[in-house]
Design a protein around this ligand. Structure first.
Ligand code: HEC
Ligand code: HEC
Length: 482
């Protein structure tokens, strides 16, 4: 009799535990595939597809949804979320680079496209054209980081207030409501607050703002992946284009502005790990995604210049290029490590990264059991002469984005603009770059770049600056064709 009772109790317990486990799995871990319109189309997949970042670094959808409504004063501009300079396609719920995926509950994370999608317009009232794998020159990442932390720090960020806002926009079931109230909101707040200490250096007043279209890439890697103690270095760089990656298949090339990494496979792995913010759930799935990205980006062609080109003058410009520029930009030196001496652009980006950081980062990735050639275990010596494919859409120029247009780059540094505004996307075909001067819309929309600030210098790269004006015109005409 006693025995039977025990069996019954155990059986009931097993059912309860099983149901509890099933409930937990369903509410927190059940993974639903993204819709076919995303997974079935390479462009859409690059723009909105999951690479796994929403699992550990994501934000529950409804919290993400109500944050800009609750804290509009923390957004750096009057246009709501758009003030962060996202590339936002008409008819899409989320900006390019944002991923919505259900893992238990709907989560929002990011993928590569948030930093690697360019936008340009022909005039202020025209619609933007978005170019995937182009530089995200309008996106203000630093402002977005600060916004997320600042919201979590605000006492109004609590379950009562957030649930009130969420209830205004959707009807959650009582179970989902309870999960948001008692689990997701407190955990999200805690996670965001934890970031504040990791982000200390982006609050330093003696450092320049990254501004639109830049991030302090090697410091992000150092502090987030390696966990190095914070030092006094600062080196925000332009988000680069990542189309046509097959150009790096040649022996001797290295990637990133200063040749920090051995190959594109390694850079993609490290960038994706940065977005995951944790070890991948499955290395097989993760590396398949990396391979897909590499194939997509290798084959992706740079965009054609969308305005008129005078082909005859461009052909004459090629002769000027071959004489003045090709020895670095169309030779074995392109994409390979080169000493700063003789180029003499701003050195601070080089000082953000040392051999020891590369060794530590490589060890960290090895701990995840991922095999890749990885980061170059040497101190940096200078910036790689970049490939110039699609250069027309890569303004502002140089690694720190300190020169607004190609015409400006062909002037001596003293004549290059000392103060301009980055991140406005109306194109200037005369000077070949974006509109960026004072007293234009750029000043309202963009972020200021002062070349006198630390790491913002526009000196160096004097090549072509003493050419006769007529030769410069021809050269610029040719550069449009690349
Ligand atoms: C937060 C913004 C951001 C995200 C997200 C991001 N990148 Fe980048 N990426 C950068 C910046 C900035 C650099 C330049 C770093 C430097 O050298 O200082 C860069 C460099 C690169 C390069 C090197 C390009 C070259 O020609 O040297 C590749 C390739 C690349 N990223 C691919 C990716 C991929 C693939 C992803 C997604 C898995 C990704 N990135 C995610 C900002 C980002
Ligand atoms: C001695 C080698 C060398 C020569 C010659 C040279 N460059 Fe460069 N170029 C570089 C290096 C190195 C960089 C990267 C510097 C940096 O970002 O700080 C660069 C950067 C650039 C960039 C900016 C790329 C970007 O994505 O922002 C452009 C444009 C450019 N060069 C055009 C030219 C033109 C046009 C000529 C000829 C008039 C020329 N270069 C001659 C080495 C050279």
């Amino acid at each position: 009799m006693k025995h039977r009772k025990l069996i019954r109790t155990v059986a009931i317990l097993a059912v309860v535990i099983g149901a509890g486990a099933l409930f937990t799995w369903y509410q927190f871990f059940r993974e639903e595939p993204q819709p076919q319109w995303i997974t079935g189309d390479p462009e859409m997949r690059f723009k909105y597809g999951s690479i796994g970042g929403e699992r550990d670094a994501g934000i529950p959808y409804w919290i993400f949804y109500v944050m800009p409504r609750m804290f509009p004063e923390k957004i750096p501009g009057p246009n709501g979320f758009a003030s962060f300079g996202f590339a936002w396609e008409q008819g899409q719920e989320l900006p390019i680079g944002f991923v919505k995926k259900t893992i238990g509950f709907e989560r929002v994370g990011n993928n590569c496209a948030i930093c690697h999608t360019a936008s340009y317009r022909r005039s202020d009232d025209a619609n933007p054209t978005f170019v995937t794998a182009g530089p995200g020159h309008a996106f203000n990442l630093e402002a977005m980081f600060r916004f997320l932390v600042d919201c979590a720090k605000d006492p109004r960020f609590n379950s009562d207030n957030l649930m009130h806002e969420i209830d205004l926009v959707t009807d959650l079931s009582w179970i989902d409501s309870a999960i948001y109230r008692f689990v997701l909101i407190p955990i999200t707040r805690k996670r965001l607050l934890e970031r504040e200490s990791q982000f200390q250096w982006i609050y330093r007043h003696d450092f320049p703002e990254w501004g639109r279209g830049r991030d302090d890439a090697m410091n992000l890697t150092k502090y987030f992946l390696v966990g190095s103690p914070m030092d006094d270095s600062i080196g925000p760089t332009d988000m680069p284009s990542i189309w046509n990656l097959k150009k790096y298949d040649r022996e001797g090339t290295t990637l990133n502005w200063a040749g920090d990494s051995h190959d594109e496979y390694s850079v993609i792995i490290d960038s994706a790990l940065g977005l995951l913010g944790a070890a991948p759930k499955s290395n097989d799935e993760f590396l398949q995604e990396v391979q897909w990205l590499q194939d997509y980006l290798s084959a992706k062609a740079p965009p054609k210049y969308p305005f008129a080109i005078d082909e005859v003058r461009a052909a004459s410009g090629k002769a000027v290029f071959d004489r003045e520029c090709a020895r670095c930009h169309a030779s074995d030196l392109t994409g390979a490590r080169m000493e700063l001496r003789g180029v003499d652009t701003d050195p601070e980006r080089l000082w953000t990264w040392k051999k020891a950081h590369a060794v530590a980062a490589n060890n960290k990735v090895k701990e995840f059991d991922i095999d890749r050639p990885g980061l170059v275990e040497e101190d940096l010596i200078g910036y790689n002469p970049p490939f110039l494919d699609g250069i027309w859409l890569r303004a502002p120029y140089l690694h720190n984005g300190s020169v607004p247009t190609l015409r400006d780059l062909l002037k001596p540094p003293a004549d290059r603009p000392a103060l301009f505004w980055r991140g406005y996307d109306v194109y200037d075909p005369t000077n070949v770059g974006f509109v960026s001067a004072a007293d234009t819309r750029a000043q309202e929309v963009g972020t200021q770049h002062d070349v006198a600030d630390r790491s913002n210098g526009n000196g160096g790269h004097l090549f072509g600056t003493t050419l006769p004006e007529a030769d410069k015109d021809l050269l610029v005409e040719y550069l449009k064709t690349l």
